[in-house]
Ligand binder design. Sequence first.
Ligand code: NAP
Length: 256
Amino acid sequence: MTDGDVHAGGPVLVLGGTAEARDLAAELHARSIPCVSSLAGRVQNPKLPVGDVRIGGFGGAGALRQWIVSHDCRAVVDATHPFAQQISRNAGAAVASLSIPLFALRRPEWTPAVEDRWTTVADIGAAADAVHGDGQRIFLTTGRQDVAAFAANSTDWFLIRVVDPPTGDLPPRHEIVRSRGPYDLESERTLLRDNDIDVLVTKNSGGPHTHAKLVAARELGVDVVMVARPALPVGMVIVDSVDAVLSLLTARIAAR
Ligand code: NAP
């Protein structure tokens, strides 16, 4: 097959790494709709989806487009983390000149309750500026790639929760706790209380698995610095549930 010669009878490519991506792969598998899940390969011992999986970067938007063409993909679902911007940009560029659908599966954002004490900021740099205080105790849950943004802060103490250890610079006063969600309310309440946390810093990832920390913060009167989601590339169809993306995919497949 030559480049651009897409018959689109092949698998759905699911750009994954999230619980929603795994759920979607399982549902497609259950319906005997061919699917390949793609993982970046950065997390040690990732939770693997059901069915075919490929691991590692494609090598940019052009190489992703070539992969889609050579595998005759019938659709692409960008079900990556809401803060994984580069792969979403690449998916938008790769599919732009192909006549197959591209859906962005994004879990709904968290929204504050009236009792919440959130400060919403545009990006991780603004979050680092927002917490530069006088000896506060900060619970940092923004992921290992963003810890370095706080490295210059020598006045506050950080409890840094990560799946895999951070590789960049760290703030001088910190403790690292390694774990993987989901987390329940009782353990989050205990963690915040035992560590005398003043401020929680988190990205607005959404979803139930890591939501309990926000409820615990609300109960204990802990301030929250919430990093807002980046915008998705123009033209992506945003879908907020696995059921909705399944309906769209099955409708497209039936229409062929
Ligand atoms: P990214 O910046 O969007 O992606 C960087 C590169 O990784 C892409 O250009 C691509 O490489 C490769 N890649 C990413 N996702 C892929 C996939 N599903 N399949 C194949 N290749 C993939 O994403 P990121 O560096 O992974 O993450 C950026 C931000 O998102 C960080 O802030 C991170 O903390 C957050 N994030 C959080 C979670 C979480 O569970 N909390 C998970 C993922 C990301 P090529 O260009 O070579 O194709």
